[in-house]
Design a protein around this ligand. Structure first.
Ligand SMILES: Cc1ncc(COP(=O)(O)O)c(C=O)c1O
Length: 375
């Protein structure tokens, strides 16, 4: 390509960040309910709104009654580390890693908790051979690798009669894929991803076997108050009814409620998935039409439909920085550079809060940035 054609039309909402992600269409801060602000989160209004957020999440996720769902501190990291620190150490541990965040959990397990985990890795764009996983151990994995665009295809590789627990960091997976909850003992996410909510709070989902672990096992290490889920040998059930461990941001809660009501209005989980699938398909068409663009995750069965990572022919980190910088300067696309630790490339969020027309409008802008830099 040699022509530098300035595209006629910009994406209406040029927000393609993989976290915090685009706000839901139609979002405006003045549309948020504010009655709970400036009040105690333990007053009736605060507890009611927290419980409402929990009820909406359960409904939109189609989470079965077997699983508890609670709001905890520290975004997805807080929720996942809370699960690691409170439940690991009872048996062997296997950690799966195919990108930066999975590697973070390996570091936690090996260097902080000193658990000597079995580590199964794959390169960026791939997932390891999941049939090799030993389910007599606790197994930690990232459902959707946000920094590599590679995900597990489903939960079929997890046996129903496993001995260990499964811990899924599902922050860029929930609301986008079908999750077989019977195979998941612990899952975590943050509102800032597929819902286009705010960071700050994490969501912790516990299946019955995780609760059993919490009530029957005490880790050898001390636990800070923000990680404590058990009181006098019993699960702190209040956490799953809106009685948060410490003070939440009610503004973040109201923001999440806005997103969840939007999601419900779309038809819930299926509505969100349909939007994400359409976005990923529109981006895939753009890639297919250009010889200089490719998917980092070549195998479609494990390719993300949320954080889609693209290779750019001949690009290094500096080229990508300039590429993303040009698009940002034009107001055509924000935050499309790949993650700093990933191979140099682009990352385009295709989650439900992005409009398909905006993905479609992105194609000519990618051409323009590429041609401008090549010139
Ligand atoms: C897979 C994965 N895990 C963990 C995190 C950290 O999330 P948070 O910043 O919400 O704690 C992210 C953020 O992008 C992520 O993509």
């Amino acid at each position: 390509m040699s022509d530098v054609t300035y595209p006629a039309r910009k994406p209406a909402r040029p927000f393609f960040s993989s976290g915090p992600c685009a706000k839901p269409p139609g979002y405006a801060p003045e549309k948020l309910a504010t009655e709970s602000l400036g009040r105690s989160h333990r007053a009736k209004i605060g507890k009611t709104r927290l419980q409402y957020a929990i009820d909406l999440m359960r409904e939109v996720l189609q989470l079965p009654e077997t699983h508890r769902i609670g709001i905890v501190p520290g975004s997805d990291t807080g929720a996942f580390e809370m699960a690691m620190w409170t439940m690991l150490g009872a048996r062997g541990v296997t950690t799966l890693a195919w990108e930066s965040f999975g590697e973070g959990w390996v570091t936690d397990a090996a260097k902080q908790l000193k658990l000597d985990p079995t580590v199964i890795r794959a390169d960026y764009g791939q997932v390891p051979d999941l049939s090799q996983v030993d389910f007599t151990t606790d197994v930690l994995f990232t459902w959707n690798g946000t920094t590599s665009g590679a995900r597990v295809p489903n939960a079929e590789w997890i046996p129903a009669d496993r001995e260990g627990l499964t811990f899924a960091d599902a922050t860029s997976a929930v609301f986008a894929y079908d999750i077989d909850w019977a195979k998941i003992d612990v899952a975590t996410f943050s509102w800032q991803k597929v819902l286009g909510g705010e960071g700050g709070h994490g969501v912790l989902i516990l299946g019955p076997r995780a609760v059993e672990r919490l009530e029957s096992y005490t880790p050898a290490w001390p636990l800070p108050k923000v990680f404590r889920l058990v009181s006098k040998g019993k699960l702190a059930e209040g956490v799953f009814k809106g009685e948060t461990i410490n003070t939440p941001s009610m503004l973040a809660v109201e923001d999440a409620i806005f997103a969840l009501e939007w999601a419900k209005g779309l038809g819930g989980l299926e509505g969100l998935q349909a939007r994400s699938n359409a976005n990923a398909a529109a981006l895939d068409k753009i890639v297919a039409e250009r010889s200089w663009l490719g998917h980092l995750a070549e195998d479609e069965a494990i390719r993300s439909k949320t954080s889609v990572c693209l290779t750019v022919e001949g690009a290094d980190a500096d080229f990508i920085k300039q590429f993303a910088g040009l698009l940002e300067k034009e107001g055509a696309a924000y935050d499309v550079a790949g993650y700093r630790d990933a191979p140099a490339g682009l990352r385009i969020w295709c989650g439900a809060t992005v409009d398909t027309a905006d993905i479609e409008a992105l194609g000519p802008w990618l051409d323009w940035a590429y041609a401008s830099l090549k010139k």
